[in-house]
Design a protein around this ligand. Structure first.
Ligand SMILES: [Zn+2]
Ligand SMILES: [Zn+2]
Length: 111
């Protein structure tokens, strides 16, 4: 198994609804904001597993701005914290997570 130790060298919003990430191994990722938000790794979005029981979050009504990228800030050397248009900002996207969400042609073909 290959352990991924790539880090992004450049992250930018390449258009209204997607971001692009340049990795230090040369790969260029594109991820739609919709995918990014739906895959938000925080407990509020993905639920929490406590003592082998999984607690799913209550469904939240969709707020305006849910898929709008307001800001992104690097956390330490391992993750990106993203702030959304509806004020949600608890998701920490690790580099591995971001890379696994890549929607470039090459990665889509592989799945
Ligand atoms: Zn979340
Ligand atoms: Zn890719």
């Amino acid at each position: 198994m290959r352990i991924l130790h790539v880090i992004p060298t450049k992250i930018k919003s390449s258009s209204q609804d997607q971001i692009s990430i340049q990795w230090d191994d040369g790969h260029l990722s594109v991820i739609s904001l919709r995918t990014l938000r739906n895959e938000c790794p925080c407990a509020g979005c993905q639920g929490e597993t406590v003592l082998l029981k999984t607690y799913l979050p209550n469904p939240q009504p969709e707020m305006p701005g849910k898929y709008v990228l307001k800001g992104a800030q690097q956390v330490g050397s391992y993750a990106l914290q993203i702030t959304w248009g509806d004020g949600h900002a608890t998701g920490l996207y690790t580099w591995e997570k971001l890379r696994s969400l890549c929607e470039c042609e090459e990665c889509l073909k592989r799945t």
